[in-house]
Design a binder for this molecule. Structure first.
Ligand code: NAP
Length: 314
């Protein structure tokens, strides 16, 4: 029997982030055929894509594409391609370190605000000895939108820091923190969240879902942390609720347009902290290993690791 040709992978080197995964893939699987661009009008040899963003016009040129794997935790950059054929399976990167990095980052944002770090830094700069009251975390509720692979690690870490933690998900299930489910329980969830942490995937349902009407449901003086995707929050609505005094401020790591344009009012807002999409990144080695394992599973007809349900978008 003739042996099957080895799979050929296409990687789209859209950023340094993807390039480092490309280099790791080359080092870990030197025998694997990896292309970084399509030669000619189409490439029937390519069976798998490994990318963060999939521009329109690529998938239709790969008639034998079976797998589109995201190098990141979100698969939205792949699912947003308008011409990805329905039969192509989509996976995303999941690894334990990602949850810990995110918990560190979210904890940093909450504690910075909760323990008044900017004020302490101002006092230090002014050589001012002024003792601040120590707030009681047990009286403060952190609401986490999305209790998935990352959100659940973040929730555990914040519980360990003494906060009351609640979460909001799409489907009901067992959880270690009180869970609010779906649209019917969204308002009750928001009404309690002194800190709102967005860890939802970017899907047709979550796009623009944190708009003015939702953000107004938060208690007066709440603080918003978006570490998911910029398009989930309606940025103008967030800004006017901060300016109007309903919200105390926001830490934003993700934006509708990235890099955040130089003229964005967020850059100059004293109650907003902008970070350049650095909250957490999947470690290169495990992500590349997961992809190689999925190539093997694809070839042998086994279930794929971390497959995305294309019908719901995550
Ligand atoms: P995940 O495991 O897929 O979990 C997603 C969670 O969101 C689940 O709990 C899910 O509910 C919930 N959810 C989805 N759609 C919903 C809806 N319409 N209403 C209510 N809840 C909904 O995702 P993850 O691995 O934790 O990652 C979350 C996101 O973090 C990623 O998609 C990515 O955008 C972002 N991220 C950002 C960075 C960064 O550096 N800023 C780094 C890594 C990841 P169910 O439990 O009911 O399914």
């Amino acid at each position: 029997m003739p042996s099957q040709p080895s799979p050929k992978v296409l990687m789209l080197l859209t950023s340094d982030f993807v390039r480092s995964r490309y280099e790791a893939l080359r080092a870990r699987a030197p025998e694997l055929r990896v292309a970084t661009e399509i030669e000619g009008a189409s490439d029937p040899d390519v069976t798998a894509l490994f990318a963060f963003k999939l521009p329109a016009g690529i998938a239709p040129r790969l008639p034998n594409l079976r797998l589109a794997a995201s190098v990141g935790a979100g698969a939205d950059g792949i699912l947003s391609a308008p011409d990805l054929p329905p039969g192509v399976r989509v996976t995303r990167a999941v690894e334990p370190g990602l949850g810990f990095s995110m918990a560190q980052f979210v904890g940093l944002q909450i504690l910075r605000h909760f323990r008044s770090l900017p004020q302490m830094e101002r006092q230090h700069a002014a050589s001012e000895w002024k003792r601040l009251a120590v707030p009681d975390a047990s009286q403060v509720t952190v609401g986490i939108m999305g209790l998935g692979a990352i959100g659940s690690v973040v929730a555990d870490a914040l519980v360990a820091l003494g906060f009351r933690v609640i979460a909001w998900t799409r489907t009901a299930r067992q959880a270690r923190v009180p869970l609010y489910v779906g649209e019917p329980q969204k308002d009750a969830f928001l009404a309690q969240s002194n800190y709102l942490v967005c860890l939802l995937p970017f899907t047709p349902e979550t796009r623009g879902s944190l708009d003015g009407a939702s953000l107004r449901k938060l208690p007066q003086g709440s603080y918003v942390i978006n570490v998911a995707r910029g398009g989930i929050v309606v940025e103008d609505d967030l800004l006017s609720l901060i300016d109007g005094g309903h919200l105390a401020g926001a830490s934003l790591d993700v934006f509708a347009t990235e890099p955040l344009p130089a003229d964005s009012p967020f850059w100059r807002h004293e109650r907003v902290l902008v970070t350049p999409h650095v909250a957490a990144q999947p470690t290169v080695g495990p992500v590349v290993d997961q992809f190689l394992e999925n190539l093997r599973r694809l070839a042998s007809g086994q279930p794929l690791l971390n497959e995305v349900d294309r019908s719901v978008g995550y």
